[in-house]
Design a protein around this ligand. Structure first.
Ligand code: UT7
Length: 325
C-alpha cells in the first residue's frame, strides 16, 4: 500500500568556535580531567560567544542542511525547532530562523522536550508530512545550555555544551514496509512524575528569572538506560526488525556510559554506535542532529542504511525514530 514518507534529504551541524577543555574547567571548579573522562567520556565542549544566541547557532545549522539538500528557504513549508534555551520567552526561536533563511510562507514554531526535543520535533514534522499538510520541513535542535548552567556546581557544569543540528525532510511516496526510504516510525514517551530529577529552577511564570539547571545525575542515569533500551525495542518491534538489522544507532550524547550501557542491553556492537560526546558533551536537543550530521558528512552513514535515533531528557521525556537513509 502506497503511503507518504519523510525522507531526510539534507543534514547540517554548527558548533561555536570556542572550545572549553576539562583542564580549563578544573581551574574554575573542584574537578579534574580524569574524573570527567572516566564518568562521562567528555573531553571538551563548545561554548557560544556572548554575542551568539540559540537562533544564530540554529541559522548556521539550517543553512548547512539546506545547502546539503540543494534547497533554499523558499522551498521549506515548515520549521519545527527544538530548544529549551530559546532566545526569548517569545516569539519562538523558529521564527528568527524563518526570517533569516528567507522563508516568507508556511509556519515556524518551537517544541520543548529538552534533550529529547529533536526526536519530538522530528515526530511533529513527520506527522505533518504524512498527513499531506506540508511537502518539505526543516527540523532543528539548537541550544545554548551554557546560559542556564550553574558554573559553581561541578556535578552539572562539566556535562553540557552549546551547538545546533538540522535536517531537511521531503515528502516521498513509499510502499509502507520497512524497506522504504525515510522515517519508518517514531515513538514518544514522557513521565511527568520525574520532573524534579532534571529541571531548571526558574522561568517566566515561576520566578521571573531564567534559572539554573538542577539534576540528580545518578537517578537520571538509572532511568535513562532502562527507558532508552525499551523505546529502541519498541521501534524495532513496530517495524518487524531486530537490533542486528541496524546499520547505525545515533544516540543522545549525554554520557558515554549511558550509551554503552544501552548498547549492551540491546546486544549492539559499539562500532555501529555514533559517538560525539567526547567533543560535544551534552548539547541537549542539538546532540542527535549534530552527531547525525557528522556521521552522514564523513560518509559513515550511507544511502539505504537503517539508522536508529534515540534520546532521553528532562520531564522525563524520551523517544526514538527509525530511519532508512
Ligand atoms: O540528557 C539527559 C540528562 N543527563 C544525563 O543523562 C546525565 C545522567 N547522569 C550522569 O551522567 C552521571 O550520573 C553523572 C556524570 C552526572 C555523575 O556520575 P556518577 O557516576 O553518577 O557520579 P555521582 O553523581 O554518583 O558522584 C560520585 C562522586 C561524588 O562524590 P562522593 O559523594 O562519592 O564523595 C560527587 O560529589 O563524584 C563527585 N563528583 C565530582 N567529582 C569530580 C560529582 N561531580 C564531580 C566532578 N568532578 N565534576
Amino acid at each position: 500500500m502506497s503511503m507518504l514518507r519523510s525522507r531526510i534529504v539534507g543534514v547540517g551541524g554548527y558548533l561555536p568556535e570556542r572550545i572549553l577543555t576539562n583542564s580549563e574547567l578544573a581551574q574554575q571548579v573542584d574537578t579534574n580531567d580524569s574524573w570527567i573522562i572516566e564518568r562521562t567520556g567528555i573531553r571538551e565542549r563548545h561554548i557560544a560567544d556572548p554575542s551568539e544566541r540559540t537562533s544564530d547557532l540554529a541559522i548556521r545549522a539550517a543553512e548547512r542542511a539546506l545547502a546539503n539538500a540543494g534547497l533554499s528557504g523558499q522551498n521549506i513549508d515548515l520549521i519545527v525547532l527544538a530548544t529549551a534555551t530559546p532566545d526569548n520567552t517569545f516569539p519562538a526561536t523558529a521564527t528568527r530562523v524563518q526570517a533569516a533563511i528567507g522563508m516568507t510562507h508556511g509556519a515556524a514554531f518551537d517544541v520543548q522536550a529538552v534533550c529529547s526535543g529533536f526526536i519530538y520535533a522530528l515526530t511533529v514534522a513527520d506527522n505533518f508530512i504524512k498527513a499531506g499538510q506540508v511537502k518539505t520541513a526543516l527540523v532543528i535542535g539548537a541550544e545554548t545550555f551554557s546560559r542556564i548552567l550553574d558554573w559553581t556546581d561541578r556535578a552539572t557544569c562539566v556535562l553540557f555544551g552549546d551547538g545546533a543540528g538540522a535536517v531537511v525532510l521531503r515528502a516521498e511516496e513509499g510502499q509502507g514496509g520497512n524497506a522504504d526510504n525515510g522515517i519508518l516510525s517514531t515513538h514518544l514517551h514522557s513521565d511527568g512524575r520525574h520532573y524534579k530529577l532534571l529541571h531548571v529552577d526558574g522561568g517566566p511564570s515561576s520566578t521571573q528569572t531564567v534559572g539554573h539547571l538542577r539534576m540528580e545525575g545518578r537517578e537520571v542515569f538509572r532511568h535513562a538506560v532502562v527507558n532508552l533500551a525499551a523505546v529502541v525495542q519498541e521501534a524495532l518491534a513496530a517495524n518487524d526488525l531486530t537490533a542486528t538489522d541496524l546499520d547505525w544507532v545515533v544516540p543522545h550524547q549525554a554520557n558515554k556510559r549511558i550509551i554503552e550501557g544501552t548498547a549492551r542491553k540491546l546486544g549492539l556492537s559499539l562500532d555501529r554506535v555514533v559517538m560525539s560526546v567526547d567533543r560535544h558533551a551534552n548539547t541537549s536537543a542539538a546532540s542527535v542532529p549534530l552527531a547525525l550530521a557528522e556521521a552522514v558528512g564523513d560518509g559513515r552513514i550511507k544511502a539505504g542504511q537503517l539508522v536508529l535515533l534515540e534520546a532521553m531528557g528532562g520531564g522525563f521525556t524520551w523517544g526514538a525514530a527509525l530511519v532508512r537513509f
